[in-house]
Design a protein around this ligand. Structure first.
Ligand SMILES: Cc1cc2nc3c(=O)[nH]c(=O)nc-3n(C[C@H](O)[C@H](O)[C@H](O)COP(=O)(O)OP(=O)(O)OC[C@H]3O[C@@H](n4cnc5c(N)ncnc54)[C@H](O)[C@@H]3O)c2cc1C
Length: 458
């Protein structure tokens, strides 16, 4: 006899533990399977999580002490010509204790999330890959692991991220178009806290340039070279789409070439930043950032008989900012709620689980973030070498334009109104959160992390 649970969650990255936390808190027998030894180990090494992710994620995240690194309050858009900064747009800013976003390393962050799910009663099995599905009469009934175990469940939540194969096996989703997928090359550099403070403060930087400069966004198309800042380190990152206007570029070679140009030619890097760095790691990862802009992808199901798909596995990365964590949290929480309802109703058919699909599609922030074309449209400034147009578009994407109601801000305000209508005390909780996160980042404090091997510290 194999084992049996109410719910299996596949993946302990960002979304999986949130779904599992919901299910376990409601008393469901919940198992999380994670293929790596340590949660978060297969996720990009570090990222920034926007404030609205924390405001509207389940309260355990808002009210806890996650291992955050640095509150980011300002975005610098640097415009580069002949290696020099010829203009800077730093109009996107929030004063302390507020923050636009928080940087975090993924291993400690995902361990912290998994710890909360385990605390709520979920079981976490690391170093275990779900390699296949148990299917009966077209219905998902569980998974088969790489160890050959058959584990059954009433509901399967697929939180396996971009490398997910289970939804394909279930016949629910198809591979994403390569035009939507960006390969990223990222670096992890150690830098003293004093140097990060004096060189960047609480900011991140984006470097924009025309194609001739060959430094940011090989072949253009909206991405910039970014530098994320952490407590005692920085991450530059540079992306290139796998297919561009029908051409298949040699992506890895282009990224190397552009990065080399950047570090050799851009004086901000050479003079202000490079002398203070120690290289610790260089990594590649994929990011299906424009998947949400593709109608065919949007129309692929995110649920089936016995199964719901959340986060990156359901192509929910935000098209404007590439921030997939909020959507992984939001969809994870919705899937958790629906799993509880399904188990209680004794019905995990596709027609019952359709409510997951409906709630995700009516979630203002998820749907807006998937359909936002501002980053994609940066490309229209490039063919005519139109610098003014590039700056205008950057201002709209990562400048003051962010706050326009028609962008995601409108959805964030709507969500604030809805949340306030449910709980008038929430404003106080939000403000406490900002102050606590601020203090924690300054002192390096977080809730203690458990056990799945030592968490790499920055
Ligand atoms: C270069 C880059 C930069 C990014 N920057 C940002 C950013 O700044 N802000 C932001 O919000 N987002 C960012 N993202 C996106 C973000 O990392 C994802 O959107 C987020 O991690 C999605 O969460 P998830 O739970 O859906 O998947 P993941 O976090 O990827 O988790 C999936 C988990 O499933 C496990 N898994 C996979 N298959 C199996 C299996 N068969 N069995 C068991 N376990 C399995 C994996 O090991 C992994 O732990 C970035 C991504 C990249 C690549």
């Amino acid at each position: 006899m194999g084992e049996e649970y109410d719910v299996i969650v596949v993946g302990s990255g960002f979304g999986g533990p949130v779904a599992a936390h919901k299910c376990a808190s409601e008393g469901l027998d919940t198992l999380i399977l994670e293929k790596s030894i340590t949660p978060g180990d297969k996720v990009v090494s570090g990222l920034v999580i926007p404030f609205y992710g924390f405001l509207f994620a389940p309260p355990f995240i808002r009210d806890g002490n996650p291992p955050l690194q640095r509150p980011i309050r300002r975005v610098y858009n640097r415009f580069i010509k002949n290696g020099e900064i010829y203009a800077t747009d730093s109009s996107l800013f929030l004063p302390p204790p507020l923050a636009l976003t928080y940087s975090a390393y993924c291993v400690p962050m995902c361990i912290w999330l998994a710890d909360r799910a385990v605390e709520a009663g979920a079981e976490l099995r690391t170093a275990t890959t779900a390699v296949d599905l148990i299917m009966e009469n077209g219905m998902v009934k569980g998974v088969i692991t790489d160890k050959g175990d058959e584990i059954r469940a009433k509901v399967l939540i697929d939180a396996a991220g971009t490398q997910d194969g289970l939804a394909l096996k279930a016949g629910l989703r198809r591979k994403l178009p390569p035009e939507a997928i960006e390969l990223y090359m990222c670096w992890d550099f150690g830098m003293t806290k004093e140097d990060v403070d004096s060189t960047f403060g609480n900011s991140v930087e984006f470097f924009c340039a025309m194609p001739d400069e060959k430094i940011s966004a090989p072949l253009g198309f909206g991405s910039t070279l970014y530098i994320f800042t952490y407590r005692e380190s920085i991450h530059p990152g540079l992306g290139q789409f796998l297919v561009t206007e029908g051409q298949i570029p040699h992506v890895a070679k282009l990224l190397e070439e552009y990065y080399e140009n950047f570090i050799t030619n851009v004086s901000r890097w050479r003079n202000d930043i490079a002398p203070k760095l120690t290289l610790r790691a260089k990594m590649f990862d994929v990011c299906p950032i424009y998947a949400g802009l593709d109608r065919k992808v949007r129309e692929m199901p995110i649920h089936g008989d016995g199964m719901m798909i959340i986060g990156d596995a359901a192509a929910m990365e935000s098209s404007a900012f590439g921030d997939g964590v909020p959507n992984a949290w939001f969809s994870g929480a919705i899937a958790g709620d629906v799993a509880v309802e399904a188990v209680r109703a004794g019905d995990s058919s596709a027609s019952f689980l359709r409510r997951y699909d409906e709630r995700v599609k009516s979630h203002g922030i998820i749907s807006k973030s998937l359909s936002d074309t501002r980053r994609y449209d940066m490309r229209w400034a490039l063919p005519g070498n139109d610098e003014r147009e590039m700056r205008r578009r950057a201002h709209e994407l990562f400048g003051l334009g962010v706050w326009r109601f028609r962008h995601i801000t409108g959805q964030v305000l709507n969500e604030m109104k809805t949340t306030l209508a449910r709980d008038v005390t929430v404003t106080g909780k939000w403000m406490k959160m900002f102050s606590r996160f601020n203090r924690n980042c300054e002192t390096g404090y977080s809730d203690p992390l458990s056990t799945y091997g030592p968490a790499p510290q920055d």
